[in-house]
Design a protein around this ligand. Structure first.
Ligand SMILES: Nc1ncnc2c1ncn2[C@@H]1O[C@H](COP(=O)(O)OP(=O)(O)OP(=O)(O)O)[C@@H](O)[C@H]1O
Ligand SMILES: [Mg+2]
Length: 248
């Protein structure tokens, strides 16, 4: 086995992480879904979580944003234990979340959706201008109801709303789901621009090959457990990973 293949057996720990999960266990009622998941996100990183349907990826994102209770494990922000935070305390602590579905208010306009996101923004007006630079399409559609946006526009609005408070870490669940192929690449360019503007990103994606183009590191999750963690290049170069997880 080559070194590259051995590397991906382990889940390394990053002491300099700005956001960490250790041993996260959670589920729904009697159903346990996560069995001790570890994740680290460092400053300015884009980190990918991938794995089969039902692996627990969305459940992990909900647990990290405290929308599900931690049955066990810890969440650290900048090396401090914040496992006790309520979900509504995550944004003031620099963590934002874009769910896989229902991530905008359809009956509100684009501008009103951004207003809701501006609750914890230091300077909402200038922040909105910054985000309109990143998503010019939203500026043109300000007075339009979110329900009437295209899929790609709606995803942009969901990202922009979450970014209004200028978070340190963005958790985003399947940003490219349901988008036309030419929009998928554009979505990952946006994620890269978000990172360049100073927000680290933890992203769940099924379009793994396209996502790896902008990703620094990735975690494979299966049956509620970490399978491995590696940098994007190692994953792209590993035939075994491609065979097992990428179906190519
Ligand atoms: N609200 C819920 N109530 C009960 N069980 C749930 C709920 N949401 C998810 N589950 C179960 O938890 C498991 C993990 O689901 P989850 O949505 O986290 O997977 P996923 O990896 O995000 O899948 P996908 O790739 O399809 O989005 C599945 O068995 C699912 O049926
Ligand atoms: Mg999911």
């Amino acid at each position: 086995m080559s070194d590259a293949e051995t590397d991906i057996e382990t889940v390394r720990r990053y002491e300099d992480a700005v956001f960490s999960a250790r041993g996260v266990e959670t589920g729904y009622g009697d159903l346990q879904v996560l069995y001790g998941v570890d994740i680290d996100v460092r400053d300015d990183e884009i980190v990918l979580v991938f794995g089969p349907n039902g692996a627990g990826k969305s459940t992990l994102m909900r647990a990290l944003f405290k929308q599900l209770p931690l049955w066990d494990g810890t969440i650290e922000i900048d090396g401090e234990d914040y496992s006790h935070l309520e979900s509504n305390e995550m944004v003031p602590h620099g963590v934002a979340y874009v769910p896989q579905t229902a991530n905008v208010f359809p009956n509100l306009t684009v501008a009103e959706n951004l207003d809701i996101g501006s609750l914890h923004a230091a300077d909402p007006a200038s922040r909105r201008e910054d985000l309109f630079e990143l998503f010019p399409r939203l500026e043109e559609r300000q007075s339009q109801d979110a329900a009437t946006l295209s899929g790609g526009e709606r995803q942009m609005l969901a990202m922009a709303r979450a970014l209004m408070p200028d978070p340190d870490v963005l958790l985003i669940d399947e940003p490219s789901a349901g988008l036309a192929p030419q929009l998928i690449e554009r979505t990952f360019e946006h994620v890269d621009q978000i990172r360049q503007a100073g927000t680290a990103v933890l992203m769940v994606e099924q379009n793994v090959s396209a996502a790896l183009e902008v990703t620094d590191r990735a975690y494979a999750l299966d049956m509620g457990e970490n399978k491995f963690e590696a940098d994007a290049e190692t994953i792209r170069d590993s035939q075994r990973v491609r065979d097992l997880y990428l179906g190519q």
